[in-house]
Write a protein that binds this ligand. Structure first.
Ligand SMILES: [Zn+2]
Length: 431
């Protein structure tokens, strides 16, 4: 036995040494965890993993050297809330409904492929894609094609179809006699809820996405009101099922009773969380619930101010920043998310960093929300979101210093995923 093991170990060591070695010279390194940047670091990458990081490291013989000594290098970015199967909701293109009613699955998959590529090009080497909006298990197919190296794209944590209730999701507003597709799997009762979770997990969902609020409006007193969807019992069935598979549950929840049920039912992450009460903040702290705010998306396409939807749109913006600041001060676990797909993929995903800073994060906190913190949310601590030995070689570099201006994060000059260079300054001269 011992001899066999020794032979195996020798074989493994030989394999390791046969892997290509790349060395990156980083002018400045933000490692995703430390509170300060470090100057002139040498990152040694063997295969798809980071082997060492340091200032006095000798460059191994035969290594390919990438000189980023004029740049700030950091871990590949993570967007914890994306929709590759959505392409903005431009009314001129028919808005949300046209994407489900007029666009065939092959067309939607073709565009999702482009969306995934866009994320990667922008330096987002990992995304948690929180449902396909009527495109079924399409995200699993895109993820498979990326993982097999057939198309470029980020690591995807997929959540497939999402779950809501009857009356709890689009499409709606059509004649009752007409059967229209729904953007989520609709369930009523804990039995249907658990069955939907089982189906989605069986088909490869890494996360379960649940809509805990749906319609929202501003009442006569000027308060934001959101219609709750699932009951606590329905949600508990889903959470129990997902946790049994060692998977987690992300809950879309704006505010009010729906958000309260999300917390009482044991959601792992609150998505959007536009309006958090002090008691809800305390409960999130107690339960260790993650908060994934999505600030930027609500600044898009506000309806006219004197309309019900226009008042709602403005109220969403007004309360969200306040809740963000409150959560930050309380020390809630927060991860970067954007809802991109809700706005077009040609816009910068990194616009969210400036909003995070506007509402109280330091630039370093904002960067960590999209690196080490987001990796923790994904149960990938130490493997993603850090530049450290043992982590996957997902790296991004910027010409300008993002600690001075987080908008520098909009211009990724260099992107590496899993040890492979995706874009480099030589191939893509600075804009
Ligand atoms: Zn979303």
């Amino acid at each position: 036995m011992r001899t066999k093991l020794a032979i195996l170990l020798t074989f493994a060591a030989t394999l390791a040494s046969a892997q290509p070695v790349t060395v990156i010279k980083a002018g400045s390194l933000i490692d995703g965890r430390s509170d300060t940047a470090r100057a002139n670091q040498i990152i040694v990458i063997r295969g798809n993993r980071i082997e060492s990081v340091g200032s006095g490291t000798a460059i191994p013989a035969g290594a390919k050297v990438i000189d980023l000594s004029g740049m700030t290098v950091m871990p590949g970015l993570i967007d914890s809330h994306t929709h590759i199967f959505l392409q903005g909701e431009d009314p001129a293109e028919g808005g949300y409904d046209a994407q489900l009613l007029k666009h065939g699955l092959a067309y939607r998959a073709a565009r999702a492929t482009v969306s995934a590529h866009r994320a990667l090009e922008q330096g987002f080497t990992t995304i948690r894609d929180v449902e396909t909006e009527g495109a079924g298990y399409g995200d699993i197919g895109i993820k498979q094609a990326i993982d097999e190296g057939r198309i470029p794209g980020p690591r995807i944590f997929a959540s497939t179809r999402a779950i809501s209730t009857t009356g709890g999701y689009n499409l709606e507003g059509y004649a009752p006699e007409i059967v229209v597709p729904k953007g989520a799997q609709l369930v009523d009762g804990p039995v249907e809820a658990r069955k939907a979770a089982r189906e989605q997990l069986d088909h490869g969902a890494d996360w379960i996405k649940v809509y805990m609020t749906h319609r929202s409006w501003v009442d006569d007193a000027g308060a934001l009101v959101s219609q709750p969807t699932l009951t606590v019992e329905e949600l508990k069935a889903i959470v129990d099922e997902a946790h049994g598979w060692h998977r987690k549950v992300a809950c879309h929840a704006y505010n009010g009773p729906g958000l309260q049920r999300a917390l009482d039912g044991g959601c792992d992450s609150i998505e959007h969380g536009l309006e958090l009460t002090d008691a809800q903040v305390a409960q999130m702290l107690r339960q260790g619930t993650w908060y994934v705010p999505t600030l930027s998306v609500y600044y898009y396409d506000l309806d006219p101010p004197d309309t019900p939807s226009g008042r709602r749109d403005r109220k969403r913006v007004a309360v969200h920043g306040v809740s963000f600041t409150k959560a930050l001060r309380a020390g809630i676990k927060m991860a970067f998310g954007t809802d991109v797909g809700g706005f077009v993929w040609s816009d910068p995903i990194a616009q969210e960093f400036a909003r995070e800073v506007e509402f109280g994060m330091t630039p370093m906190q904002a960067i960590q929300s999209a690196t080490s913190r987001a990796a923790e949310l994904l149960d990938m601590r130490g493997k993603l979101g850090v530049v450290a030995p043992g982590a996957y070689a997902d790296l991004v570099a910027f010409a300008r210093n993002p600690l001075e201006d987080v908008n520098a994060l909009r211009d990724a000059e260099f992107v590496m995923k899993d040890g492979a260079v995706i874009r480099s300054p030589a191939g893509h001269p600075a804009k």
